[in-house]
Design a binder for this molecule. Sequence first.
Ligand SMILES: [Zn+2]
Length: 180
Amino acid sequence: MIKLARNSFAAIAFGLINTSNAQADTVEFKLQEVAKGLHVLFGQGGNIAISSGSDGVYIVDDQFAKLSEQIKAKIKTIQPNAPEFVINTHHHGDHTGGNENFAQAGSHVIAHHNVYKRLEQKHGDGSDYLPTLTFGSDMKLHFNQEHAHLWHYHHAHTDGDAVIFLTEQMPYIWAISILI
Ligand SMILES: [Zn+2]
């Protein structure tokens, strides 16, 4: 966990949950570039990390369904196409609420096996909220000249938490709800 401490800035940036406007109808989005090809979108609920580069775009978490169009519009200011992948760091609605909208736009949702189970319980078998790719202890996503390493942490914030380590854009660690 030394790494986590050294990278506390990134942990705070991605893990921060804005509860002050959790029920607000209008949301002020703020897009911030934190490294080359790496943005954070601050909106409502869990923040979104955006990787962009020669392969396209993928995002970490997707907030609430009602915000998907605004989120897509923000992503388009970086690159024009829908994200190739959406990684869910856990199953809660402020991290997976946009799954259906992004899946229907062509994104492939990635999450831990238990996120699939939880979303299946909530939305039913065959729902577009469910991930299309799931993993157990870990997996790697080789995209945009980056080798994102997704690690599952047992029974942390939920039973399906994932932390994403970047090997090329260190010291960034994506979407750590565990630390808050
Ligand atoms: Zn949560």
